[in-house]
Design a protein. Structure first.
Length: 268
């Protein structure tokens, strides 16, 4: 995608302090970690600020051949574009230039994301998928930039390899994974299963945070009572799985009973 863009025109070395909004090109699947749909409330706030102050903080841009690509500041750029359309006059957007190759631009986008609100699990996975499809960094670096595990990156690399040239058809990780599962039905191994569990765990943890805030995480006794009621007869299995997840050794109640009664529990 970026290689095609770079090849359309010769390099333009100029780096002005501002550009017309229409001259800044947007590739949300590459640089916008939170997807291509802006937060309309945030955009409206920025439009109001723009009306008051006539300029917002500069957006970050990167030169790709004869094109200027938006690296950071997607909501600000949307605000300039929307206000320009409403007034019938295209607005100039203050810019700061990211120097260096694509790697530098991706790092700039990643650093900006870390300084803002945390991404949702789905956004982190989509970000990781973009990095994997670009193939510019080692596994550990991709994991760090997207905030996912290295095992998740390993699974994504396997999916990319299986999908081959059609990988460009899938903008999001869920779509790519669904296509991969369709091609490899019944071939998931333990690594695939673990990566899927981690993805599900992140998504459900995010749902719980949204619903309960810190009410349960700061009151573990209450949380335990809630879980005991919710899981019913499966609560003891939950406790064992939780201990295993935390790396704690906890004897099963039946095991303690056998030890107390003097049973030989040495395996054959």
């Amino acid at each position: 995608m970026l290689e095609e863009t770079r090849g359309r025109q010769k390099d333009n070395p100029s780096e002005p302090d501002s550009l017309p909004a229409s001259e800044i090109e947007v590739l949300p699947t590459v640089f916008q970690s939170r997807g291509d749909k802006p937060d309309e409330y945030h955009v409206n706030e920025l439009i109001s600020a723009l009306k008051r102050e006539s300029a917002l903080d500069p957006v970050s841009v990167w030169r790709c051949g004869g094109h200027t690509l938006l690296v950071d500041g997607h909501h600000r750029h949307t605000a300039y574009t929307a206000l320009g359309a409403a007034t019938g006059k295209e607005l100039e957007v203050p810019v700061k230039w990211v120097q260096g190759p694509l790697d530098k631009a991706l790092w700039a986008a990643a650093d900006s994301t870390k300084a803002k609100l945390a991404m949702t699990p789905g956004q982190r996975l989509n970000r990781a998928w973009v990095l994997v499809t670009l193939g510019r960094f080692p596994k550990a670096t991709e994991a760090s930039m997207a905030g996912v595990s290295t095992s998740q990156i390993a699974t994504m690399r396997k999916v990319k390899l299986t999908l081959g040239e059609s990988v460009e058809d899938y903008r999001g990780w869920k779509d790519a994974l669904r296509a991969y599962q369709g091609r490899t039905a019944g071939e998931f191994n333990e690594d695939d299963r673990q990566a899927w569990l981690e993805q599900q765990a992140d998504e459900w943890a995010a749902r719980m945070r949204k619903t309960f805030g810190t009410k349960l995480s700061q009151n573990t006794e209450l949380a335990a009572m809630v879980m005991a009621r919710y899981f019913g007869r499966n609560a003891s299995k939950l406790a064992m799985d939780l201990a295993d997840e935390l790396g704690m050794e906890v004897a099963h109640p039946e095991q303690e009973e056998m030890d107390e009664e003097g049973y030989d529990t040495t395996p054959f």
